[in-house]
Design a protein around this ligand. Sequence first.
Ligand SMILES: Cc1cc2nc3c(=O)[nH]c(=O)nc-3n(C[C@H](O)[C@H](O)[C@H](O)COP(=O)(O)OP(=O)(O)OC[C@H]3O[C@@H](n4cnc5c(N)ncnc54)[C@H](O)[C@@H]3O)c2cc1C
Length: 396
Amino acid sequence: MKHRIVVLGAGYAGAFSAGYLARQLHSDDFEITVVNAEPDFVERLRLHQLAAGHDLPHRPLSEVFGGTDIRLRVARVISIDAEHRTVTVADGEGIDKLEYDTLVYALGSTVADHGVAGVTAHAFHVAARPSALRLRAHLDELGEDGSVLVVGGNLTAIEAVTEIAESRPGLRVSLATNGELGGWLGPKARRHLLRTFDRLGIWIHEHTAIERVEEAAAFAVDGTVFAADATVWAAGFAVHPIAAASGIEVEANGQITVDRHMRSVSHPDVYVAGDSAFVIGDNGQPMPMSCASAGFTGMQATAAIVGDLTGRKSKATALTYFGNHISLGRKDGIFQLVDSDARSKSGALCGRSAARVKAAIVGTSGWAVSRPTFGKPNHKYRLAATREHAPATAAV
Ligand SMILES: Cc1cc2nc3c(=O)[nH]c(=O)nc-3n(C[C@H](O)[C@H](O)[C@H](O)COP(=O)(O)OP(=O)(O)OC[C@H]3O[C@@H](n4cnc5c(N)ncnc54)[C@H](O)[C@@H]3O)c2cc1C
């Protein structure tokens, strides 16, 4: 019987991991199944563009994994029984149970509502494709007249609000954040950010915590009422509660606690990659939820799986955080590098050249993920008779 590897999620981390494993592992010994709720590879990095009205490349997963030995199951993961190594999934046909020997958990994240009343019922968000499309349809209905409030002061809020303001110039667009807008940026990048908001006519409300959202308004703790035809909630990401419910050890925020090789500390046959993983990076701080982190954690998880299952020496790969590339509409951007303590450097690349860098990075990551085996399913390594987990070491 083959060793069954089930990969949950075909986003940046899951699609990369499945492809890498298919390249490395011998198909006589291993069976790789990917489970994803959507039939397409969704470029989350571009969902603010989709919401604002731009169309994205269509990448059906059946084509992404076509020609590989990877089996695709389009279904929603409902639960995991980590003790009996089963995953319960649901699709149009009903409910099914998949058995695994090794699990790769890469279900990503969604919007974090922070328990604020009315967010789920009334606010829009851009953390998943269905919600981005819902926002787009609503903006279409508003046409050239209406008001949009984006809540949040970090990367997704900045990208969403600038994209909407640029693509829908007739709308009155504002942003409310409980802190300082882009307060973590270096001085050059922050100056550029504020100039861009000014150019796009976006109103900024800093130190403004929203405590309730209704259909046509958002209410701040200090009593200010923001009339808004659309409130877009972009105040961070939260992981799905599936892992916590399965008994796999998680952090207080629901991310799965892993060792340096991305193995669950409670269930070492479960490996985690992407937003779902809580892991300390090489700078001594938790890896941020980002596409870049999904790449690094995916590389580490798959290196460990190949090592653990084939008896090869498992190497520690880098877990690096180098900075942020931020789009400010289609022709403007910021590329902010950070130092070894994750503090923004004083300089930054800003403007049209930063937008070009960002477009190149986003384009390359979408292109690479949609070619998971790069046409080279060489299936080198066989299943080892006995298996040992490599100790959790730091990268050298
Ligand atoms: C608008 C926006 C802009 C962003 N910009 C940047 C950026 O510029 N740079 C950057 O580094 N990061 C950016 N991010 C963050 C980045 O997109 C995520 O960190 C990254 O997608 C994480 O990869 P992942 O594979 O862990 O999760 P995802 O890419 O979200 O993949 C998870 C997959 O799991 C599937 N899934 C989820 N739940 C289930 C379920 N129950 N059953 C089956 N399948 C399921 C999803 O459909 C998805 O395919 C942005 C995010 C957003 C929303």
